[in-house]
Design a protein around this ligand. Structure first.
Ligand SMILES: Cc1ncc(COP(=O)(O)O)c(C=O)c1O
Length: 399
């Protein structure tokens, strides 16, 4: 048996919807994207949604809207996919990483509060939060502008705390909700309730897909207009096609993708509940297994949106050996996430070292994502779990 790491969940309806677009002249900026945006806003419970070419593109535009520019500071998490920090660098700003909560892997709001307090005061205490390589050269005169939390693995970060800090220090909040479509925080869908922006992503391993694509959601009309302009080469709605009011990008979402997204969004409850069922099968097989910790859900998570299924291996278990043994049985697995500050480019540019963010590093060393998708069968889950239990058992006895 060979089990895929992830799989999109597509039916004849998605194929038909894309085919229909291909029979029209409107392959971009047509009726499908407008409809997709309207339905998406309604689903999340926000006033506006703007489709973009990827989650990364959406996060980049969120950073721009947040007024983040050269030398500005943005508080974020090192326990994430690299794109959430890269978008800060795109604007020549400086990511200020703070460590995460051990149980959820989400940014620790107590550390966000400490960092915001010190960074807004400046001086020696502020310097301590800066990346080592810029501590002396660039530290003075930097302004804290925004916070960029990530809802890791589909579990909401503690947004009430983060919004409170943002209000106190006048910060923009750019929520990376790329992994969390449909998740609920204290009874409300992720993406709703913000005064700023949240960004979702539709890569094929996500809860729903458009091939490539993303969606920005906001309650602010001014940001809605700004995002529409920025994604479309800086044109304003009143601009002629070759007039450009500001520096913009081509971050548009194609009509074929929007058509695919519309069908997937129509199936979202089915897709999410299938994923949840797969996660429950995993939990049932792995709960109580020595050396393997199943995912933890915070009390504020009133609905988990299962993006990946990530277990923690006991620190003494050799994860690389476990992965190799699983691979031999046709089971792929991934060390998810690899901490951003230890990615070669970040370590080199910012002078980070092992030990800088110990909780993130401990998670990075022990987390293992198992194959996961809505189309996985119970037999496949059982096969993966049996293999994992046996491999971990062997590793424990040889450790
Ligand atoms: C946490 C996080 N942020 C950002 C992204 C970027 O999304 P995309 O691949 O659509 O650019 C992803 C998706 O891979 C993600 O998991």
């Amino acid at each position: 048996m060979r089990i895929p790491m992830s799989s999109p969940d597509l039916t004849a309806a998605e194929i038909e919807a894309v085919n229909q677009v291909l029979q029209t002249p409107y392959l971009s900026i047509g009726p499908r994207i407008a409809e997709f945006e309207a339905r998406f806003a309604e689903y999340v419970g926000v006033r506006r949604a703007v489709g973009v070419s990827s989650g990364t593109a959406g996060l980049h535009l969120g950073v721009i809207a947040g007024g983040v520019g050269e030398g500005d500071l943005v508080i974020s998490t090192p326990f994430s996919f690299v794109a959430s920090a890269n978008v800060i660098l795109y604007e020549r700003a400086i990511p200020i990483f703070v460590d995460v909560e051990e149980r959820t892997g989400n940014i620790d709001p107590l550390l966000v509060a400490d960092a915001a307090r010190d960074l807004s005061r400046g001086g020696e205490r502020a310097r301590r939060w800066m990346p080592p390589a810029v501590r002396s050269s660039q530290a003075d005169g930097c302004r804290l502008k925004a916070v960029l939390p990530v809802h890791a693995f589909g579990q909401p970060a503690d947004m009430d705390a983060i919004w409170g800090i943002a209000r106190q220090y006048d910060l923009a909040v750019i929520e990376d909700a790329c992994e969390a479509l449909g998740a609920e925080y204290k009874g409300r869908r992720v993406g709703a309730g913000s005064e700023f922006v949240a960004v979702f992503a539709f890569y094929p391993n996500k809860q729903m897909t458009t091939g490539e694509g993303g969606m920005m959601v906001t309650d602010r009309d001014d940001w809605d207009a700004l995002f529409r302009s920025l994604r479309n080469q800086g044109r304003d709605v009143f601009d002629a096609w070759l007039n450009h009011s500001r520096l913009g990008y081509n971050y548009r979402l194609a009509e074929m993708s929007a058509a695919l997204g519309l069908v997937q969004l129509g199936r979202i409850e089915e897709l999410l509940s299938r994923r949840e069922r797969v996660a429950r099968w995993y939990n049932a097989h792995l709960e109580g297994v020595e050396g393997v910790r199943i995912p933890y859900l915070a009390t504020t998570t009133t609905r988990m949106s299962w993006f990946v299924y990530v277990v923690r291996l006991a620190p003494q278990i050799d994860r690389r050996a476990v992965m190799a043994a699983l691979e031999e049985q046709g089971i792929p697995s991934r060390p998810y996430f690899t901490p951003i500050h230890l990615q070669p480019f970040y370590a080199q540019r910012f002078g980070y070292r092992r030990g800088d963010f110990p909780v993130t590093e401990a998670l990075g060393d022990t987390c293992l994502a198992l194959p996961f998708s809505s189309v996985m069968t119970e037999d496949q889950v059982e096969y993966v779990c049996r293999a994992l239990i046996s491999v971990v058992g062997d590793r424990r006895s040889t450790a």
